[in-house]
Design a protein around this ligand. Sequence first.
Ligand SMILES: [Ca+2]
Length: 330
Amino acid sequence: MARKSYLLFAFLLAMIIRTQAQQQPLPVILDTDIAGDYDDVGALTLLHAFADKGEARILAVISSNAFETTVPTISVLNTYFNKPHIPVGITRKSAPNESCPQQWAQAIIAKYPHNLTGNAQAEEAVALYRRILAQQPDHSVTIITIGFFTNLAGLLASKADAYSALNGRQLVKQKVKQLVSMATSLPVGKTTGREYNVYIDAPAAQTVLAQWETPVTLSPFEVGEQVRTGIPLIKDKSIQHSPVKDAFAIALAKDKDTIGRMSWDQTAVFAAIRGITPWFNSRKLNLRIEKDGSNTLIPGTRFTYLELTGSQAKKLQQEIEKLMHHQPAH
Ligand SMILES: [Ca+2]
């Protein structure tokens, strides 16, 4: 009888621990090139929505793009979502430096409050990665890249410092749970492709995708291409005074886009937090990054590579669009 009670107690305890583990928000660092395209605005909105729902905890937002609007843009969005003190980092390299031709970034910076008014006010990207990772439990951190691999290549090459006695590769291996990247492309029936986040800083992508020692999930060009969002958002009259809505309204109008922007970056954030099944299909494969930033399919199972059927794309589009309508509690 005593043994039965003990087993029941042990079972209930295991269930409680399991439920608590499932409810723990996923600690995330987002690495973005926010400026050249505005799917990053949608992706950061998704991450804030997940944070407000208790599904994610934003440890830092870091820019891989030296363009002058990136840190103020991140600050505008973090401030709008009531989290103005999330650590923000940026590369101190002069490139990549990819501008905001549609001027949505300049418009929201001019209109909305933010505490980081220039890139110089953000921390250096690699130092911030090292500081944050060193403080986290082992194998706990999800890194999502929706820009270039510039900062992660710097992190891998980094040496022991005041934050950690581990070098960059050791620190990543010890602290990171997974890397989820919007990167690479394999058009249907092809064994090669070329994608922006990779070719803008091809040496960095080569380093990271060859050396990274945790599980890696890739959301390629062909996934985000199928998911069109933003038109319902800019028509949603219940959303007022929102930098997210403004960014999409300005950019979609400039693009004369009436279908909705392709949602590359949102798919990576979505897969990182909500998981692959049933939203995506996936297969294991390996890719070599060439000097020109193109990618070639090679034998191996190094990466989890996301794919979407037409009906999955429709469901994912609805879900991402809904999350992009998320508003902060006031
Ligand atoms: Ca991006």
